[in-house]
Design a protein around this ligand. Sequence first.
Ligand SMILES: [Zn+2]
Length: 335
Amino acid sequence: MRLNQTILILTLLASSSVSVAFAQSETKESQQPALAAATDPFDKDQAFAALERVCEIGPRMSTSDGMATQQKLLIDHFQAIGAKAYYQHFNVNDPRTGRQAKLSNLIIRWHPERKKRLMFCCHYDTRPFPDRDPVNPQGVFIGANDGGSGVAVLAELGRHIENMDGQYGIDFVFFDGEEFVFVARRDPMFLGSGYFAKQYAAGRYDVKYEYAILVDMVGDKDLQLKLEVHSLQYAKKLTKSIWSVAAKLGIKEFIVRRGHTIRDDHLPLNQIAGIPTCDIIDFDYPNPKAGNQYWHTTQDKVENCSAESLGKVGTVLLEWTRQIQQLNRVAKKRK
Ligand SMILES: [Zn+2]
């Protein structure tokens, strides 16, 4: 990885007015932030509206104007639902020029006083080009599933966090530079998660992450989520607990079978930071028979994603979070 000398800058963003929201109804909701009863379900339509909104921006490559627009949208959204937003800036070599470029992870934080924390994360940059597209590999890459779907699930999941009881604080981390890749196999990947993990391993954070859950490519209409092999290797207990929650909810798209072995942002978190991290990913996009033919092509667009899929993943994450928060409370009472 070609990270340059970097400085951790966690910039507390000045609170800004809520000028943009993902959907009309959300603006209304953010005016009554009392939020939801504990049983408030994950709203798949809100998640899909978030997906549409970020894809309307267009490509969201690291360092691009589209990325800046997305960052503002996310900060406004999460501040409106009770979170604090921080940037973690870092420098990398721009593969196009070899010059320094500033990238930014975005950290969204609830209940900052809680030292024991859970992390939900995704990458929010999109690949510069649809380089596997058979017709137009230099065309426009929207990254609805690969980039957008994780953002969309977290946008809606966030609505359920502020009033959630429990000992864990929760952070959402949006990694930049997952695929700031112009030439495959030449340009390094996982820049944001790599930087984050190195800072954590160096003791720069005053918190401990008990677990992290990465979501990537979860918007596929034909959703089939098998157990990703690195997740089993590094975070078996966590991974099984997520699939077990899905089974109890009757969400059959979480399939208890070994799937692909994927290199993703969970590797730095597991290997460098030592945070047990599970990657929830459906790499067969559109489906196992067709393989990953939409992946890194112009077909990775909103029309090839589904609200139902986002809803199923979000429902499992929300229930998993409620359960671990409650288990924790029970354990505390018993002491
Ligand atoms: Zn990708």
